[in-house]
Design a protein around this ligand. Structure first.
Ligand SMILES: Nc1ncnc2c1ncn2[C@@H]1O[C@H](COP(=O)(O)OP(=O)(O)O)[C@@H](O)[C@H]1O
Ligand SMILES: O=c1ccn([C@@H]2O[C@H](COP(=O)(O)O)[C@@H](O)[C@H]2O)c(=O)[nH]1
Length: 231
């Protein structure tokens, strides 16, 4: 039975680069790390039709089933498998099937509001916030939704202005204060390398659960100032 030894939360606005950071810091550790997208815990909306679902606010905390997320994270932390819901962005709804997920050494919880819920926050050993300018994020979102997902461009713009942007300012950006480490633009190679090393060490059993909050932050500062002083 695996009892997870390290849980990382990665928050940040839509298109900030959360998934990219999660992928980069876990790509060399195989199956000992599990990524949990908070999107899987969007509420089930099967009672609504597509037109109604298209009108919903998916950036407000009330769009998520927090109790289920907390319950399943708790189960995983105690070494038990869960039946995790799966989400389909194309139809704005949960998929009918769930996936059996076994606990792993390291868990990465990732999503716009990964640092929002107090109970969930307390389960995290390391809280990251990926910070990327709004103009870059909306361009990425247009690329993803309008081009890759075939959504109507005007719809993407309307959703951004009516819910994505105001909810970001009201709920997502303020969670930055809970972060141990803020990663600018996501592709901060110093932070990514350090986090990768940390995850690797957890997976190889070199670390114990004596994680000292702020350790990575200090190391990033040290390495960055070392680089900066090399003139
Ligand atoms: N640092 C970066 N530089 C350039 N492009 C990036 C960077 N981080 C992410 N992207 C790109 O931006 C898009 C959104 O990134 P993603 O990680 O899915 O964001 P999020 O999970 O925060 O919504 C993807 O196409 C990804 O390849
Ligand atoms: O049915 C849905 C559910 C969510 N969204 C949007 O997705 C983003 C969150 O995902 P990121 O990968 O962080 O971009 C959120 O801003 C929602 O607006 C959606 O459009 N439809």
């Amino acid at each position: 039975m695996t009892i997870p030894s390290f849980v990382i939360g990665i928050a940040g606005g839509s298109g900030a680069g959360k998934t990219t950071v999660a992928r980069l810091i876990t790509e060399n550790v195989g199956e000992s790390v599990m990524r949990i997208p908070i999107d899987n815990y969007y509420k089930d909306r099967s009672h609504l039709d597509m037109a109604e679902r298209e009108q919903l606010n998916y950036d407000h905390p009330s769009a998520f089933e927090w109790e289920l997320l907390y319950e399943q994270l708790s189960e995983l932390m105690e070494g038990r498998a869960v039946e995790m819901p799966q989400y389909d962005f194309e139809i704005h709804n949960r998929k009918p099937e769930r996936e059996t997920v076994e606990p792993t050494d390291v868990i990465i919880l990732e999503g716009i509001l990964a640092l929002y819920d107090e109970d969930v926050n307390e389960m995290l050993d390391l809280r990251l916030y990926v910070e990327t300018d709004a103009d870059v994020r909306i361009l990425r979102r247009i690329q993803r939704d309008a081009i890759d997902r075939g959504r109507d461009l005007q719809g993407v713009i309307d959703q951004y202005l009516s819910t994505v942007k105001p909810m970001h300012e009201q709920f997502i950006e303020p969670t930055k204060k809970h972060a141990d480490l803020i990663i600018p633009e996501g592709a901060n190679s110093v932070a990514v390398t350090l986090l990768e090393e940390k995850v690797q060490a957890e997976v190889e059993g070199e670390e114990t659960r004596t994680w000292e909050r702020g350790a990575i932050e200090r190391e990033v500062q040290d390495r960055t100032s070392f680089r900066g002083s090399g003139n």
